[in-house]
Design a protein around this ligand. Sequence first.
Ligand SMILES: Nc1ncnc2c1ncn2[C@@H]1O[C@H](COP(=O)(O)OP(=O)(O)O)[C@@H](O)[C@H]1O
Ligand SMILES: [Mg+2]
Length: 369
Amino acid sequence: MEIAAGIASKIGEYLVEATVHQVRYLFCFNSIVDDLKNEEINLKLSEDRIKQEVEREKRNTKEPEKDVEKWLMDVYNVVAEVQKLKEDIQVNKSTFLNGWCPNLGRRYQLSRKAAKKTLIMAKLQDRGKFDKVAHLKPLQGIQISAPRDFMSFAATKLGSDQIIEALKDEMTMMIGMYATGGAGKTTLANMIGNEVQEQKIFDEVVKAVVSQNPNLINIQDQLAASLGLMFEEKSSLEERAKRLYLRFTDTDKRILIILDDVWAKLDLATIGIPFDSDYKRCKILITTRRQHACISMGCQLRFPLNTLNEEEGLALLKRHAGVNDGDFSMNDVAKEVASECKGLPLAIVAVGSALKGKGINEWKQCRKN
Ligand SMILES: Nc1ncnc2c1ncn2[C@@H]1O[C@H](COP(=O)(O)OP(=O)(O)O)[C@@H](O)[C@H]1O
Ligand SMILES: [Mg+2]
């Protein structure tokens, strides 16, 4: 009996509450419409602010967060609905003003709709408090630069064929390419990086130049930039290493890490580069002037990069000096100058560029006396 009475009184409360709302929809029409308009103004101000923030971030090569994009879309839709509702309300008001008896049923409906939309906009306003509106676009997939006038020589072809074949092997984890300075190691490593990505042997290729006095933080920065990874500001070498390691390993992607210009053993774990037999998706290609660096780093395979033969050296020299193949008067002296460069692309390119447009006498000065 008591339970029945309780239920009855609860139903009564609901009915009273519902009736209060209905009465409000009818008699507080104007203030409900004012609330709608105010909430719309507030929401549009938030929308403008978020849009401006997104535009600013886009200029910094960032892309909007998914929830921000959805919020902007929701705001766009609700603002369009409110616009339509305001037009309907205007029609209803003008009917009344023209001396017609207002249609109370229609007014009730509009009032109810307006109250609902006000509530939806208030909720959207609450959802629009974002910590950050955008994140940096990942840079992966961007081609590593190779010289515009790259030429394929016997040595580069052999080197790239051997290295790419070795990288396909499940068991290979680290490969070394060694040759004297200026032989074309960096150029070839870049070409290989592009090639393995094109051939879909790797999903991502990242690169860092190590150099004679390695700076581990700088190496981490280079790797992170190619991965589109952001470190927390002021994070330590160890924290950054953990984040890098996680980025390399917590993915299905096959990643080639090119470490260019290595001089001595580098502590990969300290940087955050995975190098263990359990984890086979990441492989490493190092380039070095010192064959011994390949051994101390633990490269399973080591490939020398040979210098150019006479014919190739001459072709590269002529190209950079702008000498035509038909210009036989230069042939002998060009051959001599090319052989002075000992088949090293760096020397050939430098001498060729310096001799561009120069006469035979300047060429003769570059020969061995
Ligand atoms: N295959 C090539 N085709 C054209 N130019 C090349 C080639 N290899 C090297 N070079 C030229 O030689 C220069 C030195 O090569 P690089 O790769 O930097 O040598 P390394 O890394 O062995 O010191 C490059 O800047 C480029 O101008
Ligand atoms: Mg180099």
